[in-house]
Design a binder for this molecule. Sequence first.
Ligand code: CO
Length: 210
Amino acid sequence: MCVDSLLANNRSWAETVSREQPDLFPTLAQQQNPKYLWIGCSDSRVPANEIVGLLPGELFVHRNVANLVKHVDFNCQSVVQYAVDVLGVEHIIVCGHYGCGGVKVAMGHDNAGISDYWLRSVKDICVRYREELNKCANDDERLARMCEINVVEQVSNLANSKIVQAAWKRNQELHIHGWIYSIEDGILNDLQVSRDANNPGDDIYMPELQ
Ligand code: CO
C-alpha cells in the first residue's frame, strides 16, 4: 500500500464521519472531554480506540514500547498530569498484550540496541518474579505470565506516582485499571488489580498538596 492511499483513506473516513455524525468535528474542534486515559504498547496490533469502540475525543492515549510507566519518563508523566489535572479523566487503563515483543526481548539476551535501556526495568521485574516464572510449563506460558505481571507492576508504578497520589489526596475521582489484550482473538481481560483512593498503597508515596 503506497502512502498516498493513507491520505485517500483519511478523506473518505472524514467524509463518512461528517455524514454520520455532523456534530462530531465541530464539537471536538472546541474542546476535548475524554473520561479515560489509555496507557498501552506501541504495537500496531493493539489500536487503542478501535478495540474499546471509542470515538475521537473519548480516549486520551499514551503508548510506548511494552506499556511502561516510569517516574522519570517526562513524556508519560506529562500525559498523566494533563489527563488527571487538566482533563480530569476518571479512569486510567494500563493495557498490556500477550506476545509483547518488548517483554520478550527483556526476558532474553538479544541485543536490541537502545531499546535495551528502555526495557531494562522489565528485566528487573523478571528477576523479582523469577520463582513464579520458573513454574510456568514452557516459554510461551512464561511470556504470557510475564506480560500480565508487567501490567500489574505498571499499575503499581502509576498508582504510586506523585500525580495520582495527589489526585487521591484531594479526593478526586480516579480509578486505575490493569488490562491485557489478546492479539489472537481481540479480547481484553481485566487483571483485577484496580486501584483507587480507597487503596492508595504505602503512605510514603503520598505528597503534601501544594
Ligand atoms: Co508490546
